[in-house]
Design a protein. Sequence first.
Length: 724
Amino acid sequence: MKKVIERHPFEVKIKTFLSLKNKKETIMEQEKLKDLLKQMTLEEKIGQMTQLTPTFFSESGEITGPMLELGLSLEQLNSIGTVLGTHTKEEVINIQKNYLEQSRLKIPLIFMADVIHGYETIFPIPLALASSFNPKLVKRMAHLSAKEAAAAGIHVTFSPMADLVRDARWGRVLESNGEDPHLNTIMTKAYVEGYQGDGLTNKQNIAACVKHFVGYGESQGGKDYNTVDMSDVVLFQDHLPSFKAAIDAGAKLVMSSFNLFRGVPVTASHYLLTEVLRDHLAFDGVVISDWAAVSELVQHRVADSKASASKKAFEAGVEIDMMTDFYLNSLPDLVKSGEVSEQMIDETVMRILELKNELGLFEDPYRGLNDNFTIEEDLRLESRKIATESMVLLKNNDQVLPLKPTEKIGLAGSKATSRDTLGAWSWIGEIDASIAIAEAFAETEMIVDLAEQIVDFDRFQLVDKVVIAVGETGTEAGEAASKTNIKLTPQDIETVKQIYQWNKNIVLVVYSGRPLDLTDIEPYVKAILYAWFPGSEAGRAIVDVLTGKTNPSAKLPISLPRSVGQMPLHYNHYSTGRPFNEENPTIRYMSRYLDVMEGPLYPFGHGLNYSEIELIEANIVDKQNKFIVHYTLSNKSDVDGQEVVQFYIRDCVSEVVRPVRELKHFEKVSVKANGFYQGSFEITIDNLAYVHSDLKRFTDPGKFELYLGFDSNAPKLGEWEYQG
Ligand code: GLC
């Protein structure tokens, strides 16, 4: 095969970190930072490389509980570099003030936090945001939550999570962009652009820390913190592109992941944290460990002491030790005995000082807190709008939705009156401040009959339609929330079946942080609105969609399974030697399960709207080394709508086995009522490239099958041959 677009993974890119500022000015600043570094003792340098929670910073100046536990001295505390997880602006001001009074060199602290889908105003969970298939929406959400977090003194967010996830059992699927590398890459980039905006000199922007580098999404069995074992080809092809996009977009920090790679915890993997991250991806920012991961090298049994764990993590490339005393209490001796190089420590500390400098902390340690910034946008309204675009209408038989103003509606289910709508990582946003569905209906003119007890359901024979809201609680998905059963609760299932006896016009609303198995319940309901965890304005956003005030436009970013036993389930699985034969599904010796229908209940990319949008024409125009796809959509309904046009390929012959289909392009477009939309996009040979067994990424000459449509089962559009 002839090779084109050769690009070796380990090619080092030219560093561009000087490009943001005036070069001369930056060099001067660098000199100042170097002078500062020269004044620092070894212990002060290592202090910069440690991160602690606010509980360590008591105002009394005495050694308190957590410090005793970690065996820290006041001198060590007074040289710490960063703090994680403050709750208020006042807390930030206090900690910074006391710290600057006590510390010798008065290097301001950086405040970091998990601002994942909003700070105080909570937006939909990341998996829901990915469902919007609208990167502009994600960027806006990140921009708005940065503003709110910056006003509370936060400088860095531990977001976006760029892990590719294919297993609904894993609770952290909630924090992901789902199962597709292309969608994940586009969304990850949008988060970084949103948080960092026009740069960190703007005090309403915050720095992004992309995580978890890398492979965490493949935790075996969907169990959190579990082993990962993947090939380099999968790493380079599927898991690195989203991180590359974040780094290329300027993400300032990277967090290493808890999992193993090639048998070594990533925290101790020189291969990943240095060769891949620094040399191949040209990352020049700061690398932080995940929570206590340096000390976990001892639990993994690849180290037997603070010293050996610290040496391994540091030499692998971990620069900030989150929430342990390992670096503090062992790196100084390791440097003094010559086992760890002080020059490496200096390089690390310089990077941390540069980040502080870039955040403007030397000029203003209370960054943004004295400026009385006002947030012009109505964040609640923004959250509501964003939520309406992030919930997926999976089913809508007999056009049971939208609900009409004249109809009498029944409302039931465990979530009908629940304000538990925020989802994990909403530690500042308050549940009490969120809006339940029943509350939102009460704000409309509609007649809604609410039944909270199962015994009451006979009265639903008198209503036109029944909305049943069910699903997970906020603590059931997220970190350390893995499950083997991903069905609705028996009570939720019972509610649906009971109501079905009285009324067949059932609309199911599902709150969830993961794709649930709805197989049992699906035949009983006419419509399903998969709301995920929509955030502070959940109820209003759901009612907006149910009543047609907003036409839904989201799509599944992850397959909805028929059974938990299908995990990991994703449309872009590799071609097998014995593919499932749809025409003859009873053939035994095929790659399939005996006891469940092949494929998902609803596929990746699926999602309905209230318009009737069709693809009426499409063609491919061949250009040298690329092609253009032209298409026309028509909307035969009286409702303005949006569709997500999705383009998939299938590489007919390749050196390593490729997925059966791969999403290569998508665009969300608006089609006016009774109108048309004409669009086009370009696909280059670089879009068709893949990672070969030698880890080089290039495009082979040969044939590709092309598919265009509105979900991952899109019909075939044609073929294109790359001549090489
Ligand atoms: C964790 C998580 C990580 C988070 C960090 C700080 O345990 O794995 O995603 O950013 O702690 O809270």
